[in-house]
Design a binder for this molecule. Structure first.
Ligand SMILES: CCS(=O)(=O)c1ccc(CC(=O)Nc2nc(-c3ccccc3)c(C(=O)c3ccccc3CC(C)C)s2)cc1
Length: 244
């Protein structure tokens, strides 16, 4: 049966987003001005490249787990074959993490929520991937500028994930139908909020997301060639399964 846009589809995506957000907005708004001290920044900067990558990979994997839960609660996603669900998560989970992370980005002092406080780019210096870090920060700035509501963000996250153009899909037609119903849902929400103009801006954000994740994969390939032991034995299994 084809999935048409429906109120309950939107409601289930918004509910799933809410139930699988690691941190609620109000929780983190209370923390916004908790930044790292000079000593704490020094401690991060004196970590070796592989220590810092490992440290981040653990947090990133944590965030990805919640995105997997989010996906599993989307009616149209559950309908897809196991292989197609994995294929969509392999390429889409990092993108959804980046969209979600931008909710906890403080544009006033250019900091992102990391390890319990808000970190500037200097905290990530020992990752030795400054271009990726500044691209992630720029993306977060761009997302904040759109001032999406949680409902708009939920539908946008579902659309980022359910993308029929992803590689190696078995039943592209079925993914297209689910994607179409999520698109109709997002259109409906934006129209109801009198923000139809946001739609094309969101498609532009999706294009930036894709390039960001290509950059992340390139850095990851560089890292795992340089530190094969860390990448193959110390990275969390889900991180390896999805990104390596
Ligand atoms: C995502 C769900 S959430 O509830 O919003 C949430 C849940 C949990 C947190 C806390 C958290 O884990 N923040 C992290 N921040 C960054 C980060 C790092 C560099 C710049 C910008 C943010 C993490 C990363 O490891 C990361 C993320 C994107 C690209 C690259 C990396 C590093 C790679 C090279 C391993 S983890 C924040 C927000």
């Amino acid at each position: 049966r084809t999935l048409f846009f429906s109120d309950e589809l939107c409601a289930s995506i918004v509910r799933s987003h809410r139930e699988t957000s690691q941190y609620r907005l109000e929780e983190l708004q209370a923390l916004t001005w908790k930044v790292f001290s000079r000593e704490e920044i020094q401690a991060y900067q004196s970590k070796t490249v592989d220590e810092m990558w490992q440290h981040c990979a653990v947090r990133l994997t944590d965030a990805v787990q919640y995105v997997v839960e989010f996906a599993k609660h989307i009616p149209g996603f559950r309908m897809l074959s196991q292989n197609d669900q994995i294929a969509l998560l392999k390429t889409g989970s990092m993108e959804v993490v980046l969209v979600r992370m931008s909710r906890f980005f403080n544009t006033e002092n250019n900091t992102v929520f990391f390890d319990g406080k808000f970190a500037g780019t200097e905290v990530f210096k020992s990752l030795a991937c400054g271009d990726l870090i500044s691209a992630v920060f720029d993306f977060a700035h761009g997302m904040c500028a759109l001032k999406l509501t949680e409902q708009q963000l939920a539908l946008f996250s579902a659309l980022v994930l359910i993308n029929a153009d992803r590689p190696s899909l078995e039943d592209r037609g079925r993914v297209q139908r689910v994607q179409r119903s999520v698109e109709l849902g997002l259109n409906h929400i934006l129209h109801r909020d009198n923000q139809d103009s946001l739609m094309h801006k969101l498609y532009q954000r999706m294009a930036v997301l894709r390039s960001l994740c290509v950059l992340h994969m390139e850095k990851l390939r560089w890292f795992s060639q340089r530190y094969p032991l860390t990448a193959h034995s110390l990275f969390p299994p889900l991180y390896k399964e999805l990104f390596c």
